[in-house]
Design a protein around this ligand. Structure first.
Ligand SMILES: Cc1cc2nc3c(=O)[nH]c(=O)nc-3n(C[C@H](O)[C@H](O)[C@H](O)COP(=O)(O)O)c2cc1C
Length: 355
């Protein structure tokens, strides 16, 4: 396990160990989609991770798709995140804000305002989404963004990145997986545009590249990470040629000097996305998905990645890092309370020493 506990530098981030907390939406935002005292406690409890990637945070009201997700566009939200960052730093940890614009993966029922549901093209995602009042409902029919509107969406990400830094966050991660807006631009089934943002792979990667560029220029490229899962079909994603699309994106993004690529490894039918990454990405890699302490340690010791991330194990094990180091068995988590409001199943998991 030793390699997991060696420090590592990823861009501007100096991690004290290589165990990253993977981003997880937990649907606990309070009034005005702002983080609350519960968020402060939840992230503080997990601050022994080498780096925390927060839950997905919408950069604008239009970016909200799910219920009770937090934002990073108002002063109230920024103030809430400032308290989260402070608590994590007080424990010696690092934290980056994951910026997640859901695009067409949305229901109006989950929004507090009348902001549009937008996407590269007016094509509805063939999937359902949870709402508090009506349970599972079909995804909204999105409105296609006009060419002139796209720079405004990029600007929302840039401003959210600046807000994250103003809040004391160490940086941001661009969520470009799981079928959300950036992936909707990348994928040929959801992007049927005929302007410079659609058609060829070069055009379909433009939105992600412009967003990375804008955020990097604003806060420093070494403070920006990128999350990808090439080949994923979740939320009705399909790309005719993910090897071409993501190969190009990774080569172009490698030129920017980002902090890291956060890869959700999957051996999906269309593409071995780890082999694709090794062939095209030149930079730091955080490897994710279904890792155990043993497979994670092996990934570090054989040089597969600079760091590894755990998602679900961090829910029930706030002291995951210490449990791995001391060989203590991991606890399970309460599946019924993953997305429910309140402290239950959120901040009430004991550490091994307090259990
Ligand atoms: C409850 C839950 C919420 C998640 N929310 C997000 C999210 O907001 N952003 C994201 O990029 N991935 C999200 N994921 C994916 C995780 O970051 C991670 O990739 C996945 O759980 C696989 O890692 P694991 O096997 O270690 O759990 C979520 C996963 C879970 C279980």
């Amino acid at each position: 396990m030793q390699g997991l506990f060696d420090p590592v530098t990823l861009g501007a981030f100096e991690l004290r160990n290589r165990i990253v907390m993977s981003p997880m939406t937990r649907s606990r935002a309070g009034d005005g989609d702002a983080p609350t005292d519960l968020h402060v406690e939840y992230y503080r409890q997990r601050a022994s991770a080498g780096l925390i990637v927060t839950e997905g945070i919408q950069p604008s009201p239009a970016g909200k798709g799910y219920c009770r997700t937090p934002g990073f566009y108002s002063a109230h939200q920024t103030e809430g995140w400032r308290r989260v960052a402070e608590a994590v730093h007080a424990e010696g940890g690092l934290i980056v804000a994951q910026l997640m614009h859901c695009g067409r993966v949305a229901s109006r029922i989950n929004k507090d305002d009348d902001s549009d549901v937008v996407a590269p093209s007016a094509i509805r995602a063939e999937a359902k989404i949870f709402t508090d009042v009506s349970g599972l409902v079909p995804m909204e029919m999105p409105r296609a963004l006009g060419t002139g509107e796209i720079p405004l969406v990029v600007e929302e990400y840039r401003q959210a990145a600046l807000n994250a830094r103003a809040a004391g966050m160490d940086g941001v991660e661009l969520h470009s997986s799981s079928g959300y807006l950036p992936m909707q631009f990348l994928s040929s089934n959801s992007n049927r545009r005929t302007d410079r943002y659609g058609g060829s792979a070069e055009n379909r990667i433009r939105f992600v590249m412009e967003t990375l560029q804008a955020m990097g220029e604003a806060i420093g490229f070494g403070r920006v990470g990128l999350r990808l899962c090439p080949g994923l079909d979740y939320n009705d994603m399909h790309d005719e040629n993910p090897v071409e699309t993501y190969g190009l994106l990774m080569r172009e993004a490698s030129q920017l000097g980002l902090a890291y690529l956060h890869l959700v490894r999957r051996s999906v039918q269309l593409v071995d996305n780890y082999a694709l990454t090794k062939a095209n990405w030149h930079g730091n890699l955080i490897l994710n998905n279904e890792l155990s302490p043993e497979t994670a340690a092996a990934a570090i010791s054989d040089g597969s990645a600079e760091a590894v991330s755990f998602g679900r194990p961090f829910i029930g094990n706030p002291d995951l890092v210490h449990r791995i180091r001391d060989g203590i068995a991991l606890s399970d988590y309460d599946r019924a309370r993953v997305y429910t409001p309140g402290s239950q199943g959120y901040t009430d998991y004991p550490t091994a020493s307090s259990a």
